[in-house]
Write a protein of this length. Structure first.
Lengths: 315, 315
């Protein structure tokens, strides 16, 4: 896919995703309006709108499109796109807390706890996670009330399982724990643990995004497995590239100091294996992901380019 | 119901509840065993086992029993009993954090953050909430896989909605926000806000307990509404009694200093309305709850005594 064409498509698709999830969030917050809880609604909205590229809901929607080109009126898809972004947002809000990474800024904006206090940020994160699952349960209940087919209800229930599993100890939270513990206790880092953290902390939500997209669009079990395998490779490559960029990146583009990992003595894939092997690993994972993508139905030109774009980014 | 007989029944039923939820928790944690995440499994277990009277799952099970005497093999009930206790536990873990109430002890044991650090306690709370919803989604998915009736699946989905709504901004989290904000910002407290906090922070999970019990046992819509109304009255009476005990309680029995609310300048139902009116309000709510209970089917002798016991406790 041509680079300029891709940029146009990316911008348009991201805009569509942004509209879908913002509308669902606004409707949700509006429904909860109540003077005594206004602050947490504000804190949730602040955290959510500070969000970046909406990569996860975009990946979910583009994966869905491989198996079903008709995206009109796919409300369950919109619900899970929003739920996943809520989960991603809550994890950032809690991650930034003084009790965790103690970050005061994220993407140039003050973090939620800096603006609302750390107690309210704990609650805002809790509320974002709770809301993600609340809208998912309500989706299943709505489908039943509307008398939808067993297949549709079953898929939504499966997506609830995927989301809660991969956001939990089997996924993102498991990676967080290993990461926080290694850092706080200064435990030795080895390649196995780094790969565990990359796989759980980052790849798990990419797997959720693409897995739910496939599941909702009615992919077969084999196709679903293939999609999750692609997502896993993309997620790990993305994180190794992060370590690579810390060494060779451009400070201005990255928006952070280059070489910070080495200076702080943080062990990464690159400090353990060296730059060359790391870059080769990124290429291997990316090539394998794109090759697997070729086995899937539909038009995958955009998704293929998006994967390259994500992995071979310079910031 | 005779007091001695009630004590025996309470002990036995609490023991049964304890066994059901501990077994489900153990099975769940066992399934997640993985060296890198062991600490959070330990922190979750520590928090959960530090738990007290298992009041919420007990109320759920006893409410279920009103509508269906056969408790054998009711796995969905066990799942939601455990999920609710996980939600209750996560709220205590986050409540105790330095960023929130900064409590070092709960029921004579060190709080989770004192033992595991505040970063790990944030994650342990997150993991408990996530796990609650994970087991609920898996329950719905299992029922579908087993080809259970539409009615059974529909009830489980409704219970997912009840749990996530009442644990969220419409319920417990909403109450938490109003409470934290009033305290941190020293906002003026009035009766309306106190009742809002009591209703959301405490009554909402009692409503969840009894409401899910009724829903799973197949109660009619009218019966469900009545059950939730009973639970609301019990929850609010329970909290006003808490304020009353701060004035007239026995320090030794309460395990805390009596009169602490007045000394700290904390406004409560009692400081605003006086002891006599507060006690009358507790009696009114309790009488109304018990009268409403009389309209429900089944044998409510135990549940009636449990409500009296909860409200007119001395500690």
């Amino acid at each position: 896919m041509d680079e300029a064409l891709f940029e146009v498509a990316l911008k348009q698709k991201t805009g569509e995703v942004q509209t879908i999830i913002s509308d669902i969030l606004s409707g949700y917050l509006k429904e909860k309006e109540e003077p005594y809880v206004q602050t947490i609604l504000d804190a949730m909205e602040y955290s959510f709108l500070a969000g970046g590229k909406r990569l996860r809901p975009l990946l979910m929607r583009e994966t869905y499109r491989l198996f079903d080109q008709n995206l009109e009126g796919k409300e369950t898809l919109g619900t899970f796109m929003t739920a996943l972004e809520m989960i991603h947002t809550y994890s950032l809000v809690h991650d930034d807390l003084p009790a965790m990474d103690n970050d005061e800024y994220r993407r140039g904006k003050e973090t939620t706890w800096k603006v609302y206090g750390d107690g309210m940020a704990v609650l805002a994160g809790d509320a974002l996670m709770n809301s993600a699952f609340e809208i998912a349960f309500r989706e299943i209940d709505d489908l039943m009330e509307e008398g939808r087919t067993q297949a549709e209800i079953g898929r939504a229930a499966k997506c609830g399982v995927i989301l809660s599993r991969k956001a939990g100890i089997d996924g993102m939270l498991g990676g967080q724990v290993a990461d926080v513990e290694a850092e706080k206790k200064h435990l030795p880092m080895d390649l196995q643990k780094i790969l565990f953290i990359h796989e759980k902390k980052t790849a798990a939500l990419i797997e959720t995004a693409m897995g739910i997209g496939a599941e909702l669009a009615g992919a077969s079990k084999e196709e679903y497995e293939k999609v999750v395998e692609i997502a896993r490779k993309v997620g790990i490559a993305f994180q190794i590239q992060d370590d690579v960029l810390d060494v060779i990146g451009d400070s201005a583009e990255l928006g952070k100091h280059v070489g910070s990992d080495a200076e702080s003595g943080k062990e990464t894939f690159v400090t353990l294996r060296g730059l060359e092997i790391s870059q080769r690993e990124v290429k291997r994972l990316s090539d394998e992901a794109i090759e697997l993508l070729g086995d899937l139905p539909g038009d995958h030109a955009f998704l293929e380019e998006l994967i390259r774009h994500l992995i071979y980014r310079r910031k």
